[in-house]
Design a binder for this molecule. Structure first.
Ligand code: FAD
Length: 457
C-alpha cells in the first residue's frame, strides 16, 4: 500500500490546483484520473464549446457582412472538419498543459485509472491500494440519459459526442432548452443545420425571468431555429430519415423527424461507482454528495468539490470550491460556500450574463423592489457594433439600496455583468455604481443610467 498526505480523485477544475497547494506545501499527493486530464470543462464542456461558438459567430458575421458594407464573394461555406480540428486543438493544448503541470510537480503522482474508496483512508485503483489521511473527491458529472420511451432504440449524442462531430447534421433535434442545449442549437444552426429545440417546460431557460426566456426564444427563432416548448411526452423511434421524436405538444406537429438527436437534459454526478456507500459518505436522492459549508462530507477526512457536491454546476464554482478548501486547510481561514455570490453566463450570441436574484425571485422575497431596464437598441456600443438584440436589467432593494441581481442579454453581456457582480461582492449599494464613471463607449457604461431609471414594481 502506498501512503500519501492526500489523495485527490478526479482532475477537473478543483483537483489539480489543490494538488498544486499540497505540492507547494511539501506534502505528497496522489491525483487519480480515469479518462482525460482536465475533466469536463477542458475536454467536453467549456473549452470546445466556446471555441465552436466562436466559429459559429464568425460564420454568422460573415453572412451579415453586407450589413457592415463588407463585400464577400460567393456563399459563406463551413468546413466542418476544420472547425472541429480547431476546437479539438484548443482542448488538446489545455489537456496537455494540465498534464504537464501535474507531472511537473515533484510531490505529486498522477495515476491513471478508476478510483474507488475501500475505507475512509484507502483508495483502490486497479491492483493498487493507496492510503492518505485526507481524501478529496472531484469526480464531476456526466450527461443525464433520461428514461424517455425508445431512447435506447435510436442513436443519440450527448455533449461528449457532439464536441467531436466533424459533419453538419441535416436536422439536429436538441432535447433540452436550457444552457447546454441552446448553445449547441444556435451553433449548429449557424453551421448550416436545420435545428429544432424540444423543451419539456413551458419556456426556454425556465430559471430566468419570463422576459429573458421570451427574448432568448425570439433571438433563436429569428435565425430559423424551431422551438417546441411544452413537450410533455418526449419519445423516440427509428425512422427512415433518422429519428422520429414524439413531442405531443399542445400546439404544432406531434412528431419531429431529425437526422440526429442531442440529449441535453441535465447532468448526473459520477458518484455511483466510487464506493461511497461502503465508507458511509452520504448522498442526496439525486446522487450528489452531501457537504457542509466547508465542503467536508459526512465522513471525517473526506471532502467533495465541484459538480459532484451539487453546490454549483460551473467551472468557476468548482474552482471556488478549491479556493475555499485550500484557504481553510493551508491559510488558516474559515471560508464558506454560503458566502459566495453566484454569477453565470449562457453562451448563445448575444450572451446572457447573470448575477444574483432574478426579478421574479426579488419580488417573491417580500422586499420593496426597484427594477431598471434598457433595450440594447439604446446602448451606443451595441448600435455601433450592429448587435442590438436583447436588454439589460438590474434589480435592487428600495429600502437598503442593496443590488439584488442583474441580467444582461446582449453583446458583451458575459463581461459586462462583472461590473455589477463586483459591486455586489464588495457589498456596495446601487449609489456606488450609479456614481461610478465608466468608459465610453462600452456596454457597461449604461449600468449607472439603468440604475437611474429604476422604478418600484
Ligand atoms: C457542454 C458543456 C458546456 C459547459 N460550459 C461551461 C461554461 O461555459 N462555463 C462554466 O463555468 N461551466 C461550463 N460547463 C460546466 C463545467 O464544465 C463543469 O461545471 C466543470 O467542468 C465541473 O468541474 P469538476 O471539477 O466538478 O468536474 P469535472 O470537470 O467533470 O472532472 C471530473 C473528473 O473526474 C474524473 N473521474 C470521475 N470519477 C472518477 C473515478 N472514480 N476515478 C477517477 N477519475 C474519476 C472524470 O473522468 C473527470 O475527468 C459546461 C459543461 C458542459 C457539459
Amino acid at each position: 500500500m502506498k501512503s500519501y498526505d492526500a489523495i485527490i480523485i478526479g482532475t477537473g477544475q478543483a483537483g489539480p490546483p489543490l494538488a498544486g497547494r499540497f505540492n507547494d506545501a511539501g506534502k505528497t499527493v496522489a491525483i487519480i484520473e480515469r479518462k482525460h486530464v482536465g475533466g469536463t470543462c477542458v475536454n467536453t464542456g467549456c473549452k470546445p464549446t466556446k471555441t465552436l461558438v466562436a466559429s459559429a459567430y464568425a460564420a454568422h458575421l460573415a453572412r451579415r457582412a453586407a450589413d457592415y458594407g463588407v463585400v464577400l464573394q460567393g456563399e459563406v461555406g463551413i468546413d466542418m472538419p476544420a472547425v472541429m480540428r480547431r476546437a479539438h486543438q484548443v482542448t488538446l493544448d489545455s489537456r496537455h498543459s494540465n498534464e504537464d503541470w501535474l507531472q511537473g510537480m515533484p510531490n505529486c503522482t498522477l495515476i491513471r485509472g478508476h478510483a474507488r474508496l475501500e475505507s475512509p483512508t484507502t483508495v483502490r485503483v486497479g491492483d493498487e491500494l493507496l492510503t492518505a489521511p485526507q481524501i478529496f473527491l472531484n469526480v464531476g458529472a456526466r450527461a443525464t440519459i433520461p428514461d424517455f420511451p425508445g431512447v435506447h432504440d435510436v442513436p443519440f449524442m450527448t455533449n461528449s459526442d457532439i464536441v467531436v462531430l466533424d459533419r453538419v447534421p441535416k436536422h439536429l433535434v436538441v432535447i433540452g432548452g436550457s444552457y447546454i442545449g441552446l448553445e449547441f442549437a444556435q451553433m449548429y444552426r449557424r453551421f448550416g443545420a436545420e435545428v429544432t429545440v424540444v423543451e419539456k417546460g413551458p419556456r426556454l431557460v425556465s430559471r430566468e425571468d419570463e422576459d429573458v426566456s421570451q427574448a432568448v426564444r425570439e433571438i433563436l427563432e429569428a435565425e430559423g431555429i424551431h422551438v417546441r416548448t411544452g413537450a410533455e411526452c418526449i419519445r423516440f423511434a427509428p425512422h427512415a430519415d433518422g429519428v422520429a421524436v414524439g413531442i405531443d405538444c399542445t400546439e404544432g406537429e406531434p412528431e419531429v423527424i431529425g437526422s440526429d438527436v442531442l440529449l441535453a437534459v441535465g447532468r448526473t454526478p459520477n458518484t455511483q461507482d466510487l464506493g461511497l456507500d461502503t465508507v458511509g459518505v452520504e448522498m442526496d436522492e439525486r446522487g450528489y454528495i452531501k457537504v457542509g459549508d466547508d465542503l467536508s462530507t459526512s465522513v471525517n477526512g473526506i471532502w467533495a468539490l465541484g459538480d459532484c457536491n451539487g453546490k454549483g454546476a460551473f467551472t468557476h464554482t468548482a474552482y471556488n470550491d478549491f479556493e475555499i478548501v485550500a484557504a481553510n486547510l493551508f491559510d488558516g481561514e474559515t471560508r464558506k460556500v454560503s458566502d459566495r455570490l453566484l454569477g453565470y453566463a449562457l453562451y448563445i450570441d448575444p450572451p446572457l450574463g447573470r448575477v444574483g436574484m432574478t426579478e421574479t425571485q426579488a419580488r417573491k422575497s417580500g422586499r420593496k423592489v426597484l427594477v431598471g431596464q434598457r433595450p440594447m437598441t439604446r446602448v451606443g456600443r451595441a448600435v455601433e457594433k450592429g448587435e442590438t438584440q436583447g436588454f439589460m436589467k438590474i434589480v435592487a432593494d428600495a429600502d437598503t439600496k442593496e443590488i439584488l441581481g442583474a441580467s444582461i442579454l446582449g453583446t458583451g453581456g458575459d463581461e459586462s455583468i462583472h461590473g455589477v457582480l463586483d459591486m455586489m461582492n464588495a457589498g456596495a449599494t446601487y449609489d456606488t455604481l450609479r456614481w461610478a464613471m465608466p468608459i465610453h463607449p462600452t456596454v457597461s457604461e449604461l449600468w449607472p443610467t439603468v440604475i437611474q431609471s429604476m422604478k418600484p414594481v
